[in-house]
Design a protein around this ligand. Sequence first.
Ligand code: ATP
Ligand code: MG
Length: 447
Amino acid sequence: MIRKLLLRLVDGFSRSSAPLVVARSRHGVSRHAISACARRVTAALQAEGFDAYVVGGAVRDILLGREPKDFDVATNATPERVRALFRRSRIIGRRFRLVHVLCGREVVEVSTFRGKHAGGDGERGATDEHGRILRDNVFGTREEDAVRRDFTVNALFYDPSTEEIIDHCGGLADLKARKLRMIGDPQARYREDPVRMLRAVRLAAKLDLEIEPRTRAPVPALANLLESVPPSRLFEEMLKLLLSGGSFQSVQQLRALGLHHGLLPMLDVILEQPLGQRFVMLALQRTDERVRDDKPSSPGFLFAALLWHEVLSAWRTGEAAGKSTMLAMFEAIDQVIEEQSENLAIPRRFSSDMREIWILQARLLNRSGRRPFALLGNPRFRAAYDFLLLRCESGELDMEIGQWWQRFQHAGEEERKSMLLPGTGRRRRRRKKPTSGLRHDSASGET
Ligand code: ATP
Ligand code: MG
C-alpha cells in the first residue's frame, strides 16, 4: 500500500490521472497523414481485437506540421501475435523484442506496450550502479508505455480508426507551448538512460522547442554519465544529432550543458581558438543547409571538420620538429583518431573517409609537377576541395589557394599547365630534382 502510494508520488500526475482523449475536430490530424502501411498495421491489429496506435515521433512531427521520418506502432499484442498476423514481418531486438512489418519499401516498427521493470519483484539487477537501465523487457499497459517514454511530446498515441489522440502525459499542451519536458523525475530518467540528455538537445534543436527548465537543470551535473554508455551508441546518437538539420544549435547547446566532454572532448580546445571556432561553425552551418535542402551529407566529412584543428595543430608540431609534410600529417591523423576513439567509436567506414580528406589537405598544397593532375582523378578530390574551401573561408588559409584549385579544375589542359607553380623550396629539399619542368609535359596525358 505504502509502496503504491510512493510510486504514485514519484510518477506524478501522469500516472494517476485519466488520459486526455482529443477528437480530430480539436487536433486536426486526419488519418490520411498516416502512411498507408501504418494504417494497414493498426487496422489489422484492431480487427483481431487488439489495441493499436501510431505513437512517438510521427505523431509529434505531424502535429508540428512536419513530415514524419517513419511510423511506429504500439499495441497490446505480443510480438509473436504481431508476427503471425503479417506475412512480411520479422521479430528483431534483443533487449526488447519488436516486430518490423514491411509494405513495399516501408518498414513499420511495432512494439508491444512496455511496462515498468524496476519496482517489480525479482526484477532487481535491471539497472547498473548509476541507475542505467540494462533490461527493459516487461510488457505493460498503454499508460505504462506512455510513462516510460522520454519526453511528453513523444508519448502521444494516435488511433487512425477514430482519429483521436490519447495523451497520458500532457504532451499536447507542451507541444502547443513548444516545450520539451521529461516525463517523471528528470534526474532519475537521465540516470536510467543518459542518452536522453543528447536526445533532449537534438530534439530541441531540430524541432525548435525549448528544453523546459526542470528538464534542463540536472544535465550539467549528470553529463559524466555519458561515459557509461557504449561508444557505438554514442556515435549513433551523435550522428543523428549532427545530421538533424540543427547541428549548429545542437553543438552550442552541448557545450552550454557540458555534454561534449564525453563525446568530442577536443572540441573545447578547438572552439577556444577563433579560427577553429569559425571553421567548425561554418562546417556545421553548411551541413544544416544541406540537410534542409535534402542533399546528402557525409558523416566522414563532418567528423573530419569537427576534428580538423586538432589534426592541424599536431601536423604543425610534427613539421616544426623536422618531419616531412606527409609524415607529420600521417602521424597527426593517427594520434587524433586514436584519442577520439576512446570516447566515440567512429566506424571505420567513416574514419577512413576522414583520413583521406585530411591526407588530401597536405597533398593539395602541392601545386607543381604532375601531382595536381593526379589529384583531380582522386575519388575524394571533391570532398577534399570542399574542405579546403571551408579552410579558406574560415580564414585559416589564403583564399588564393582555393581559387587556384577552383580554376585548375575547370581549366583546359594548356591553361592547367600554365598554372603550375615552380617546384617549391620545401618540395625540392625533399628529394625532388629540379627537372620537374619536364615532368609537367609528361603529365599532360594523365587526366
Ligand atoms: P526521430 O525524429 O529522431 O525519429 P523519435 O522521437 O521518433 O525521433 P526514435 O528514436 O525513433 O525517436 O524513438 C521513437 C520513440 O521511442 C520516441 O518518440 C520515444 O517515445 C521513445 N524513445 C526513444 N528513445 C527513448 C529513450 N532513450 N528513452 C525513452 N523513450 C525513448
Ligand atoms: Mg522515430
